[in-house]
Design a protein around this ligand. Structure first.
Ligand code: FES
Ligand code: FES
Length: 132
């Protein structure tokens, strides 16, 4: 049912934890199941230097959170905002259709954390607000 990559990221999730004094923090919930993801970003000059997460959710949610942190580290915030839940799922070699909704947490969590960063730096644009 699950790809090897999903199992790997579920059994050995990368970047679990918190970042003290994070530049952006996002917390999102999945309306379908009540699962919660919190993501912390360290951002310097609009480049994501580090990302950590805590996810209270199913295996697919943990695996997609883990993959999402790997995908955003080293990216600019503009690049990170373009990461979709489909891209995260594809990076894991796919998710079973019934678990695709779980990957929404990753996409929304990243967007919420970047929105928080933009708010803190007083640069939340209309464009970004409508996306989030
Ligand atoms: Fe609970 Fe997806 S909604 S497992
Ligand atoms: Fe809730 Fe997967 S079942 S995020």
């Amino acid at each position: 049912m699950y790809s090897e990559k999903v199992m790997d990221h579920f059994m050995n999730p990368r970047n679990v934890g918190e970042i003290e004094n994070a530049d952006g923090v996002g917390e999102v919930g999945n309306a379908k199941c009540g699962d919660i993801m919190k993501i912390y970003l360290k951002i310097e000059n609009d480049i994501i230097k580090d990302a950590k997460f805590k996810t209270f959710g199913c295996g697919a949610a943990v695996a997609t959170s883990s993959m999402a942190t790997e995908l955003v580290i080293g990216k600019t915030i503009d690049e990170a905002l373009k990461i979709t839940n489909k891209a995260v799922a594809e990076a894991l070699d796919g998710l079973p259709p019934v678990k695709m909704h779980c990957s929404n947490l990753a996409e929304e969590g990243i967007k919420a954390a970047i929105e928080d960063y933009l708010k803190k730096t007083g640069r939340l644009s209309k464009e970004c607000e409508s996306e989030v």
